[in-house]
Design a binder for this molecule. Structure first.
Ligand SMILES: *Cc1c(COP(=O)(O)O)cnc(C)c1O
Length: 339
């Protein structure tokens, strides 16, 4: 019951993505608490499997996992050197000349990486900015020179080759390790792999790594069941009315747990009792979801919302979103079990 996180499956996905990346070294992106799954559990498991390069968004996230990793693990902070940040034991990924000069002034001997903008226009130095500081930056010995792809989950998108060419042009002659690919980029093929790859979502079992093993299952405990007569309604707004004698189960999770109201928008959301699907009826409320269990021969103690039949990507599609958002929204209130 609750949220079950299959660490061996996650590690297997990381290894499978590493194998797809040829001779490039696989790092691991554990930002946003390892996509909601728990960075202090996930990062050490990946370290044990051989990962040494971890990526987080914020220095505070890096500090949270630093004590759980040995000294030879590098923790890269993607937001770089923000003013006032404590970067002890971390490697800022410097995104602008301003960050570069701030970092060199304050941590002259501290390890750093460089992010270049190859077209996404989100983070990283523009070609002109890079040209101006390139020799000084390279002389200081960056741990990594990286960029990020905007459209890697669409293999036919023209931006992929354009960004690759831009990254190559900006990093020609660079001897520091280079990195361009996240999960999507790994799957684009060897041109995109360079020296280090940065898988995130694929390890956690979601698209675009369609060969991933599922990593999470989520079973919601039933609080109460009741019989409802034809003509009676269920939930806020009376949005569902029984047309037959029905049995309704109320489970303990709702939008405050990351099961957004929008998941029910088309009336297609189902919870599962083993292989039997039970339609969600009525509106998803903050802490509760109501389910039509009339057709179940026996009502189990819990119903599944994430399982082998309805995975992260299927659930995301019902809500008009992506697997990343489903995972990073998973609530803090679930009982969590790590396999
Ligand atoms: C989030 C992120 C990744 C991981 O991306 P996935 O699509 O989850 O594999 C890699 N690199 C950067 C810069 C990121 O922001």
């Amino acid at each position: 019951m609750g949220l079950v996180i299959d660490i061996p499956a996650l590690v297997a996905n990381w290894k499978a993505l590493g194998a797809r990346a040829g001779s490039a070294r696989p790092g691991a992106v554990v930002k946003a608490d390892a996509y909601g799954l728990g960075a202090v559990r996930v990062a050490p498991a990946l370290y044990q499997a051989g990962a040494r390069d971890f990526f987080v968004a914020l220095a505070s996230e890096g500090r949270a996992i630093r004590p759980h990793l040995a000294d030879d693990a590098r923790i890269f902070v993607l937001s770089g050197h923000m003013e006032g940040a404590d970067l002890t034991g971390l490697v800022p990924v410097l995104n602008s000349p301003e960050q570069f000069f701030r970092d060199r002034a304050l941590r002259a001997r501290g390890p750093f990486a460089i992010q270049l903008d190859s077209g996404m226009n989100r983070l990283g130095m523009e070609a002109g900015e890079w040209a101006a500081i390139r020799s000084e930056a390279l002389a200081a010995g960056p741990q990594l020179v990286m960029s990020h792809l905007a459209c890697a989950d669409e293999p036919d998108h023209a931006a992929n080759a354009q960004q690759l060419a831009a990254f190559r042009a900006m990093t020609e002659g660079v001897t520091a390790p280079r990195s361009l690919a996240a999960t999507g980029g790994i799957l684009l093929g060897s041109d995109y792999h360079f020296d280090l790859v940065r898988p995130g979502i694929g390890m956690y079992g979601a698209e675009p790594f369609t060969d991933a093993q599922p990593v999470v299952t989520l079973a919601l405990p039933i609080v109460q069941t009741r019989d409802v007569r034809p003509g009676e309604s269920v939930g806020y707004g009376y949005s569902w009315t029984a047309t037959r004698p029905s049995r309704v189960a109320t489970v303990a999770a709702g939008y405050a747990d990351g099961l957004h109201r929008a998941l029910g928008r088309e009336g297609k959301l189902r919870l599962w009792a083993g292989e039997r699907a039970c339609p969600v009826i009525g509106r998803i409320s903050m802490d509760l979801i109501t389910v039509d269990v009339t057709d179940l021969p026996d009502v189990p103690p819990a119903l599944e919302i994430l399982n082998a039949r309805q995975g992260v990507d299927a659930l995301a599609a019902l809500g008009g979103t992506i697997g990343y958002e489903i995972l990073t929204s998973l609530g803090r209130r679930y009982e969590r079990t790590y396999l």
